[in-house]
Design a binder for this molecule. Structure first.
Ligand SMILES: [Fe+2]
Length: 247
């Protein structure tokens, strides 16, 4: 099975459609969506509808933004721009898409004997896995050999060595990594719709179960178009500006 892994699309239709065009040739058999389909971007309906139309099998977990737009009483923990975006998103989503987001499961979920997915961390869907210490906690709490996670918007890989060894963490550029069956992995594809590693290109990955090859991709998309939509929607201008900076 070859998986396409998408995370943190954040209502960015320009980025998602570019990724779909780019990855079409790569022939994936299943799609894993790691949450935050909406929030920040100006096309939540098109994004949710596109995810719902993906050919099965598709496995999706909710992100914190998906959860908040379906229950705005939870928005208090967000900064001002994110709160405004959450309210705008809730008002502009079709009822069926809002219901779809409300039904998304909380991670982690097992998608294959060796593979799990979650939004933030297998310990807590809202945790940011940014350090080897956090990754060590996650490895101790959940036993899946390979877990894909999102939320940080930073393409990255944490590896647990065999026989009680330590945890290594690294940020990932475009390229591939062959997974060692003796190790365990926490892998982040980066964000499709709002990358935060100072590279504005959409980020995603594939994983081939047979060859154990994980590949990270960066895909150019029309950032100006996504920015214009955000401004035209009356969303906070910072949400448009940050897309060009990859922040
Ligand atoms: Fe996110």
């Amino acid at each position: 099975m070859r998986y396409l892994i998408l995370s943190d699309i954040h209502g960015n239709w320009d980025a998602l459609s570019a990724v779909q065009r780019h990855l079409r040739q790569k022939e994936c058999d299943a799609v894993l969506v790691l949450g935050d389909l909406v929030g920040y971007g100006a096309d939540p309906d098109r994004v949710v509808s596109a995810v719902r139309r993906l050919p099965e099998p598709v496995y999706t977990v909710r992100g914190n933004h998906d959860r908040v737009v379906t229950d705005l009483s939870l928005a208090a923990g967000f900064n001002e721009a994110a709160q405004r975006a959450a309210r705008w998103t809730a008002e502009h989503l079709e009822e069926s898409n809002l219901r779809y987001l409300g039904r998304l499961p909380r991670g982690p979920i097992q998608v294959a004997p060796d593979i799990a997915i979650c939004h933030g961390s297998p310990v807590d869907e809202d945790d940011y896995l940014l350090s080897a210490g956090g990754a060590a906690e996650a490895f101790a709490a959940h036993q899946a050999p390979v877990t894909f996670f999102g939320h940080t918007h930073i393409p990255s890989a944490f590896t647990l060595a065999a026989n009680g060894g330590g945890v290594d963490g690294e940020r990932m550029d475009e390229g591939s990594m062959e997974l060692d069956p003796a190790r365990r992995y926490l892998l982040n594809p980066g964000s499709v719709g709002q990358p935060r590693d100072r590279d504005p290109r959409a980020s995603c990955m594939t994983y081939d179960e047979k060859t154990r090859e994980a590949c990270w991709y960066r895909v150019e998309y029309p950032v100006r178009s996504a920015q214009k939509r955000i401004v035209a929607a009356g969303l906070p201008s910072i949400l448009a500006e940050r897309l060009a900076l990859g922040l």
